[in-house]
Design a protein around this ligand. Structure first.
Ligand code: FES
Length: 106
């Protein structure tokens, strides 16, 4: 069970005890982080689950797929450490990962 450090849109920092095997989007959505809209439900077609993976964690994760990269890089608030949280599957090795929820385009 990885514990994540989450910064929301207001800048509030909190910890989230997530479940390995869930996606980051599911962990955020199911634990009341309403800044995550996840309009498409996790099928990589909306970008409303945009987050930033902070620090060295950005390099530790699997690389985004072509579809994810194309979608997230077209968002207004894209950064090199941007990910669509529905495309990040959590595991125990991610304990301590820092995530910032990105401003949505809409
Ligand atoms: S929930 Fe739509 S792209 Fe992630």
């Amino acid at each position: 069970m990885p514990t994540l450090e989450i910064t929301d849109l207001a800048g509030n920092v909190s910890t989230l005890d997530a479940t390995s095997g869930d996606t980051l989007m599911e962990a955020l959505r199911d634990n009341g982080y309403d800044d995550i809209l996840a309009i498409c439900g996790g099928v990589c077609s909306c970008s409303s689950c945009h987050c930033y993976i902070e620090g060295e964690w950005a390099d530790k994760l699997n690389k985004p797929g072509e579809d994810e990269l194309q979608l997230v890089s077209s968002t207004e608030h894209y950064q090199p450490n941007s990910r669509l949280s529905c495309q990040v599957t959590l595991n125990d090795d991610m304990d301590g990962m820092k995530v910032t929820i990105a401003q949505q385009d809409y």
